[in-house]
Ligand binder design. Structure first.
Ligand code: ADP
Length: 466
């Protein structure tokens, strides 16, 4: 018998090869080629099913480098099957089977992979024979015929570049069926993600150092890849605590609690934006009634706008036409122990403001809101109108900077157009989608989901700072 010559056209594999599973966010894995096993197997721990029955998905943690267990990659994929698999040690186990592209050398092909704990094995992956086709040949005496990769890639990459990874997203809200939530659910589902609404007020939590959890309906919530906080003004304090708890669990939150807090506190937000040199209406704040004259002088006298710090949607924002009425208003608010700001009235804005919707450092939509006749508050909707607006370069820049200073991934930045350039009124950390989508015809919900896709980390360094 003569040995058949090795066909040079065949794709050659050694008994061990480096490969990548790009759909799973795994750019380098050392795999053992195992023609004795039918299906390929991948190391997976904390395997959690999620999604609907019609679209089952699975989320798991993978430690790609056997010598460095601190590198943890969060993976997720559509479930193709769940079946009993017998391993080489004779044990039968019910395993999830997923399908993912494998890249070996310059070849990329979809392969079936079973998920199992391979912690004690030398290789985090086995490439089984169903992944090896007729065009390939395995050389049992050689290694890494398709080139070398390195685990160092995991040290550099922090954010996900895996667009296809199905994510499990939660919206923290008190009104799941409102327009904004419906649109975000639609946008997430159309991109293959699983998304559900969690009532903020029904979350409760145990605060401890070892295992932060959020409980809901009597049990700990499963792991989410991302949380979208839609915290109403009346629930700011509790909502921020819930958001912080998700942060402590390592979940990516779109708008961190600290940023939500800063945007909700009008005084703090103004101070922060002012420190960074952003234009805003001249604003004054004082505690003592002795200083009423002083604060009115600071904002240029009358007319002046007096705003309750807790005001939302224009409720608690009053225009005082004369110095006398402004003083009377300030004294009345003081008598009620209310906290308020006094502000220069920007006349030339003529009852209009501009809402810039900023997502991930970009203005994705903008509209001009104009007050109903007789009112100056353009965000009060009775009789007000909305239209698209072209932003000036300065307005766009100011909106982006404001979002960046407050570190908000998603925000609605309200600007008054004044003779001396854009003046920031407010930065909203749960801006509504209805007005802006209807005014601009843009898919703002889609931009929000894309922001999550771009920012959800997949690679973590556990047990290490930084
Ligand atoms: P809220 O947080 O209650 O929405 P805003 O500060 O946004 O309060 O004020 C509500 C509306 O009142 C704004 O949309 C704007 O049209 C108008 N407004 C507020 N402050 C001024 C101001 N200093 N000059 C002119 N118009 C103002």
């Amino acid at each position: 018998m003569t040995n058949a010559p090795i066909e040079p056209t065949k794709f050659r594999l050694g008994w061990e090869e480096w490969l990548a599973l790009p759909d799973l966010g795994l750019p380098a894995i050392k795999a053992k080629i195992d023609t004795g096993a039918k299906t390929s197997a991948l190391h997976a721990v904390r395997v959690e099913p999620f999604g609907s029955e019609a679209k089952p998905q699975v989320r798991f943690i993978m430690h790609p480098d056997p010598d460095d267990p601190t590198i943890e990659v969060v993976c997720s994929a559509r479930v193709k099957d769940r079946r009993s698999v017998t391993s080489s040690n004779g044990q039968t186990e019910l395993r999830y089977i997923i399908q993912a592209n494998a890249t070996i050398g310059d070849k990329t092909m979809p392969i079936d992979i079973s998920l199992t704990n391979r912690e004690t094995m030398g290789y985090r992956m086995l490439l089984g024979r169903s992944a090896i086709d007729d065009g390939m040949i395995v050389s049992p005496t050689e290694s890494f015929l398709q080139g070398q990769l390195s685990y160092s890639v995991y040290k550099k990459r922090r954010k996900s570049s895996v667009k296809q990874r199905p994510l499990r997203i939660g919206i923290l809200t008190q009104s799941p069926s409102n327009y904004s939530n419906r649109r975000m659910i639609e946008a997430a589902e159309s991109r293959g993600h699983t998304i559900d609404c969690i009532y903020t007020s029904r979350c409760y939590m145990a605060i401890n150092a070892h295992k932060p959890e959020v409980h809901y309906d009597g049990k700990p919530l499963e792991r989410y890849d991302a949380i979208i906080p839609r915290i109403g003004a009346s629930l700011t304090f509790y909502g921020m605590a819930v958001v912080r708890q998700f942060e402590a669990m390592g979940v990516y939150v779109l708008n961190r609690a600290d940023s939500i807090g800063k945007s909700r506190d009008k005084l703090l937000a103004h101070q922060l934006l002012g420190q960074h040199g952003l234009g805003m209406p001249a604003t004054a704040f004082a505690k003592s009634s002795r200083d009423t004259k002083g604060i009115l002088d600071l904002v240029g006298g009358s007319p002046a706008v007096v705003k309750l710090l807790e005001s939302t949607q224009g409720r608690g924002v009053v225009l005082a036409e004369t110095r006398k009425s402004a003083s009377a208003l300030i004294d009345a608010f003081r008598g009620l122990d209310a906290h308020f700001l006094v502000q220069e009235f920007v006349k030339e804005a003529a009852g209009s403001d501009i809402r810039c919707f900023v997502v991930n450092g970009k203005v994705v939509g903008s509209m001009m809101r104009t007050a109903a006749p007789g009112d100056f508050r353009s965000n009060v909707h009775q009789g007000g109108s909305v239209k698209t607006v072209r932003l000036t370069r300065d307005e766009r820049r100011a909106a982006i900077r404001a979002a960046k200073i407050l570190k908000l991934d998603v925000s609605g930045v309200d600007i008054l157009r004044s003779d001396s350039g854009p003046k920031i009124l407010e930065v909203n950390s749960s801006p509504g989608l209805q007005g802006i989508e209807q005014a601009t015809g843009k898919d703002i919900a889609g931009s929000i989901i894309e922001c999550i896709e771009a920012n959800v980390p997949t690679i973590y360094r556990v047990g290490q700072k930084g």
